[in-house]
Design a protein around this ligand. Sequence first.
Ligand SMILES: [Zn+2]
Length: 253
Amino acid sequence: MAIKKNVVFNGILLYRRNYRENDMLVKFFTNENGTKMFLIRRGRKQGFKMSADILPFTYGKYEGSISQDGLSYIKEPIETHHYQQISADILLNAYATYIMSLIDTALPEGVANHKWFNQLFYALELINHAIDPAVVTNIVEIQLLELFGVQPWLRDCVICHRNDLPLDYSAAYNGLICSQHWHMDPLRFGLSQRTVYWFRKFSVVELKKIRTIDLNQTTKTQLRKLLDSIYDDTVGIHPKSKRFLEEMSQNRF
Ligand SMILES: [Zn+2]
């Protein structure tokens, strides 16, 4: 089992759970080594010196040992930060947790993915800075489809490749179909052209470049329904964190 010692890495904490009597397992998405599980010895003991550096919704730079296929270890934190607003708000908390569980499911363990490390970092930054968390979540969900092996065709009509007619999403064709071909899928979604516009835009947007997003409620509802359907029927996953988020958002809005 190969272990690289005294390695400096940048990590975003995905989740943590209790382990044995005094220990903790903490999963990080590291920029250098992808997702990795760390064993934090005595992490549940009172007065543990690193406890602030491994709180939920923490990111930072650490030094430690990275194991290729077993558990990794943190020797010491170098610089850590918290997403304060996310920590303080249970709904933001639920959105962030869902995004992180999706990314964790989509990525193979231990394989570096700088693009997604950055996307996750900025997704959490945006949510932390009061950008609509439902929309940030939609963007992550749309862009992750590729990693789940589902890449909807959004460039033009999947059948005739026209781009000048109204488009709608068809699950049967796994992509957009133009109004001339709407009769070929009676179960198409009936999306507004505005929703189609955002769906396409969100499939390519870099979260880093977003400053504001303002979507009307109809568009948000259509996107939510569309993505629920794609994730339930085509991707086939419905994480526990999503059920929690659904209950939370129903109570809040
Ligand atoms: Zn067509």
